[in-house]
Design a protein around this ligand. Structure first.
Ligand code: 5GP
Ligand code: MN
Length: 350
């Protein structure tokens, strides 16, 4: 293995955190890996990527997630072995009750694990959090937190490197980890991408990873109705604050039904808003159930959407990408509230 790869692994992989995990994996433990609810590419990629490596090490391991993810990730190797709490609660709870070690990937507070939050709080297993979101809750026995890192998948690659298990990295694990790095960095475009991110990718390519296949499976296999929903959203549901450089798209359940919405169909839409010339902050809101609106926020430069998500939308995330939720109001009322928040933010800045 190229020593260069090892040179710049995340500083959060200290000698003691590496040793702790090494000790936890001794003695044939039962290991469960989980991630946040509505798992995204980084959540699915990091759990499956770690799963394949641990399996290759001979560890008894399962991936248990709170609920399903968007179908554009269904191609990932190992997906068939995942158990979902939303579908088989007894089986998932049994796995968690028997677990000696529980890896919590890509989230930093039990609340983000949805229906698994209480299981995580109550389990007797050793908890290992590996994550890159700001301001983690101190809920795990071992907290590996690096908000400067672009993806949890990069942190998993770093663990595989620093713990000396790179030889256990298969093409399957490389595909999963590559997917999470690509999706969480907006295809290597966000400021969080570093020279080390590319070093890690070089390491995965050296193993024989066919990156073009990953891009094609993930991004070039969209339903026609999904592509049309994006067109509709941007032509019929976009509001722009020209001077302030803010763009907002709001979709309600009727809009979604019209385009046969499936989970994940609106992923990436918020980045299309941010891609409009002059836009510095993009907000996408989607009515997910009556009285429940999911928020996605993105920004350019130093404009901090995490702070906005925490203050107004019971959410969190990163400076340039955050999310949250509005509860107990109709889609129309939620949109009015967001417009008020934006107007107020603009007036404060003037
Ligand atoms: P997305 O817009 O892709 O759903 O989320 C963007 C970022 O915000 C991700 O890093 C995600 O973890 C975070 N995020 C999304 N929704 C929530 C939420 O409800 N609460 C918190 N704390 N973070 C969120
Ligand atoms: Mn992530």
């Amino acid at each position: 293995m190229d020593e260069n790869l090892l040179r710049r692994v995340s500083a959060s992989w200290t000698k003691s955190s590496l040793e702790s995990i090494g000790l936890m994996l001794q003695g044939n433990p039962k290991v469960v890996i989980t991630a946040h609810r509505s798992p995204d590419g980084d959540a699915v990629g990091s759990t499956l990527g770690l799963y394949h490596v641990l399996k290759a090490m001979g560890v008894d391991v399962v991936v248990a997630l709170p609920d399903r993810f968007a179908s554009f990730l269904d191609w990932m190797p190992g997906v068939q072995s995942i158990v979902f709490h939303s579908e088989k609660p007894e089986i998932v709870e049994k796995h968690l009750a028997q677990a000696n070690v529980l890896f919590c990937l890509d989230f930093n507070s039990p609340d983000r694990a949805g229906s698994l939050a209480d299981c995580i709080r109550q389990t007797d297993a050793k908890l290992v959090m590996i994550d890159h979101h700001r301001d983690p809750d101190a809920f795990a026995d071992l907290m590996v937190s690096d908000p400067s890192c672009g993806s949890t998948c990069e942190l998993i690659c770093d663990w595989v490197l620093a713990s000396g298990h790179w030889s256990k990295m298969s093409i399957a694990s490389a595909q999963c980890l590559y997917t999470g790095i690509v999706t969480d960095t907006g295809s290597f475009r966000f400021p969080s991408v570093t020279a080390h991110t590319h070093e890690v990718i070089a390491g995965l390519l050296d193993l024989g990873l066919q990156h073009a296949e990953v891009h094609e499976s993930t991004f070039d296999d969209q339903s026609l109705s999904r592509v049309q929903l994006h067109g509709f959203a941007l032509s019929e549901r976009l509001k722009i604050w020209d001077k302030a450089g803010v763009g907002l798209v709001a979709l309600d359940l009727n809009d979604l039904e019209r385009f046969e919405y499936e989970s994940g169909d609106t992923d990436g839409l918020v980045n299309r808003i941010l891609g409009i010339r002059g836009v510095r902050m993009a907000i996408f809101m989607r009515e997910s159930d009556p009285g429940k609106v999911k928020m996605s926020l993105r920004s350019k430069g130093s404009l901090d959407v995490q702070a906005l998500a925490v203050e107004h939308f019971s959410g969190g995330g990163h400076t340039n990408a955050a999310g949250g939720i509005l509860l107990g109001m109709s889609a129309a009322a939620a949109k009015d509230k967001v417009i008020d928040v934006i107007d107020e933010m603009i007036s404060r800045q003037l």
